[in-house]
Design a protein around this ligand. Structure first.
Ligand SMILES: [Zn+2]
Length: 471
């Protein structure tokens, strides 16, 4: 199975728009609704996976796999799934870390309770507000559980909920198998959580339960501003949430294609520096498998930190030297000793993200950037004055010399022109070239985007062959 980098995207898939009074809804009723929704999702996605005819399948596969519980460290139990849910057992009550995707949560809870006993947890810690980490929170708690999250948790939860239709539409372009509309069943509402303890970035929240010591550290800049990790100082175990992304090590997602808020590079580096002060021997991420070995974990963290610092510093130096953003996106590449997988975060997109984090959207380049009239407004006029045959030949030459980026720029200028059929054919060629290149550089989101574009223009192409446009 391919690396499940898309998992993080599930973080925003299923916020709901319906608010009800949760005090009057029984946990068991919510559990039944969530459980039924989970079974329906498994049934639907089994067909999708068996058909194997769509992109972004890894998360779909993970939804269909049976949930399994294993003891990943002494007294720490993990329920597998799209996202892991952990239970840390103590003699004075249990601590839950992350509560999974709502459609898998009731199954995870049932199997974890089989392993550790049917007690209401003393505390639930949420690594961040993404949907695949908070889904089962209300199913675990009957009201006595203390909820611990970052002090920015509620604000992140607010904007993800408020912008859910926009985020859902974007996610669906990348992952076409997800439902067309966000669920509005009241039992599936997992938003609107209010933490009892809000963790600051400056000071960890420490507590002792039974024989175990716990430290919850605010670690912003990773999957948003509201990340926390759980450190068990005696066992030297770190429950990392999504701090490192779904694989370890990899270049982090400083930019998200689905369009979340900007992530702050310097905060991320600062967070890793604080993690480096811990002697982490076991890393338990909230996706996929544990990582073990202090040296391996330390080397990976150093490489991630130095890679982000390198990209940041090169971008800043280029800005100060008056170089254009386009040139920096091409020129900034990781040196040999900092090479990392870019399947999740892509360096050139990080360059653009860091640039716009500091300088926002006016690149101080084209005057037209300042005005609302888009390039597309003049394309019909342009089509009337160009030699279309010469333009088509020029694009074909760009494609023949394997320059799909220039071919695409020319095609985007010719959108108002006829014959449409040839233009669509050239665009499909350009997209195929870009997709072949993305397969080599290995960024999953780039591939998903290009596949969605190929699907869209492929359909136009077929419709055009059936009904050729005549001017
Ligand atoms: Zn996640």
């Amino acid at each position: 199975m391919r690396a499940k980098n898309l998992l993080i995207s599930l973080g925003v898939l299923t916020a709901v728009g319906l608010w009800i009074n949760w005090d009057i809804v029984e946990t068991s009723a919510r559990d039944s609704i969530a459980s039924a929704a989970g079974k329906a999702a498994v049934a639907n996605l089994s067909g999708v996976v068996a058909g194997n005819n769509t992109r972004g399948l890894a998360a779909a596969e993970l939804i269909t796999l049976p949930v399994e519980v294993d003891e990943v460290s002494h007294g720490i139990f993990r329920a597998s799934g799209v996202s892991n849910t952990f239970v840390i057992v103590t003699s004075a009550g249990n601590v839950v870390f992350d509560t999974g995707l709502i459609i898998q949560a009731s199954e995870q809870i049932r199997k974890l309770k089989d392993a550790v006993g049917d007690n209401e947890p003393a505390k639930i810690i949420l690594s961040h507000s993404h949907a695949d980490h908070v889904g089962g929170t209300r199913l675990w708690s009957q009201g006595a559980t203390q909820l611990i999250a970052h002090k920015a948790f509620e604000e992140e939860q607010r904007y993800l909920t408020e912008l859910n239709p926009y985020l859902h539409r974007r996610n669906r372009t990348l992952f076409p198998w997800i439902p067309e509309n966000p669920s509005t069943l009241p039992g599936l509402n997992f938003r609107g959580l209010t933490p009892d303890v809000r963790v600051d970035n400056n000071a960890p929240y420490r507590f002792t339960l039974g024989e175990r010591r716990f430290e919850v550290h605010g670690m912003p800049g990773a999957e948003g501003a509201d990340n926390v990790v759980l450190w068990l100082p005696d066992e030297k175990v770190l429950l990392a949430g999504d701090f490192f992304g779904p694989q370890f090590p990899q270049f982090p997602n400083i930019f998200t294609m689905r369009g979340e808020k900007t992530r702050k590079p310097i905060e991320y580096i600062d967070s890793i520096n604080r993690l480096l002060k811990m002697d982490i021997q076991t890393l338990l991420p909230s996706h996929l498998e544990p990582v073990r070995g202090a040296a391996l974990i330390r080397d990976g963290m150093l490489r991630i930190r130095d890679a982000v610092q390198f990209v940041h510093d090169q971008t800043v130096a280029g800005m100060n030297a008056g170089q254009s953003l386009d040139a920096l996106m091409t020129d900034i590449n990781l040196p040999e000793h900092l090479l990392l997988s870019q399947s999740h975060g892509k360096v050139s997109w990080a360059v653009k993200s860091i640039w716009e984090y500091y300088a926002t959207w006016f690149h101080f380049d084209r005057t037209s950037e300042l005005y609302a009239t888009p390039q597309s407004a003049v394309l019909d006029d342009l089509a009337g004055v160009i030699d279309i045959e010469a333009a088509l030949a020029l694009i074909q030459r760009k494609l023949d010399s394997a320059d799909p980026e220039q071919a695409l720029l020319l095609l985007e200028l010719l959108e108002g022109a006829n014959p449409l059929q040839q233009l669509l054919g050239l665009r499909l060629q350009a997209l195929e070239q870009l997709k072949a290149r993305a397969a080599i550089t290995g960024n999953d989101y780039e591939r998903y985007w290009l596949e969605s574009e190929l699907e869209k223009y492929g359909t136009f192409y077929e419709n055009q062959s059936e009904h050729p446009h005549v001017d």
